[in-house]
Design a protein around this ligand. Structure first.
Ligand code: ZN
Length: 156
């Protein structure tokens, strides 16, 4: 019970003061993702430096879970290789799909462990995953654009 209230406090902190909120320039790709079941929306920008996540900024509207999860996600991926960010997403997804039976790995998920309780509410899992799906989409597009640009250089 004590742990639950600690987790709640972490989520509320990120909700009240979201990290990396406010869309910033420059960026490579901007996406807009919606979670219609709850009404959450996120606009997210990604900037890559090679295969490193240089920047992620977002403008989020919706419930505290979705906004806090997007804040935590941006902390977890910025400055990391894309592959590491994707691996962290896999861990978070595993936690979210675990229905409360997966022990969160704090080394990897940091403040993301606070969402462990959300896994028991399948309707809210989409809220917690919204920012992650926006980041994965934007990053995949940014990598594809890089690939196309490299092709162009090769063919020139
Ligand atoms: Zn929501």
């Amino acid at each position: 019970m004590q742990l639950d209230s600690l987790y709640q406090e972490i989520i509320l902190d990120h909700y009240r003061t979201p990290h990396h909120a406010g869309l910033a320039d420059p960026y490579d790709v901007e996406v807009h993702h919606v979670n219609p079941s709850c009404g959450d929306e996120v606009t997210l920008r990604v900037e890559l430096d090679g295969d490193t996540v240089k920047g992620v900024t977002h403008d989020s509207v919706g419930c505290s879970i979705s906004q806090a999860a997007t804040s935590v996600m941006s902390d977890l991926v910025i400055g990391k290789p894309v592959s590491e960010g994707m691996a962290t997403y896999e861990k978070f997804l595993e936690l979210m799909q675990g229905r409360g039976n997966v022990e969160p790995d704090e080394e990897v998920l940091e403040d993301g462990v606070a969402f462990a309780g959300v896994a028991q509410f399948p309707a809210r899992v989409k809220c917690a995953l919204l920012g992650w799906s926006a980041w994965r989409d934007a990053t995949a597009q940014a990598l594809a654009t890089q690939g196309a640009a490299n092709e162009g250089v090769k063919n020139a």
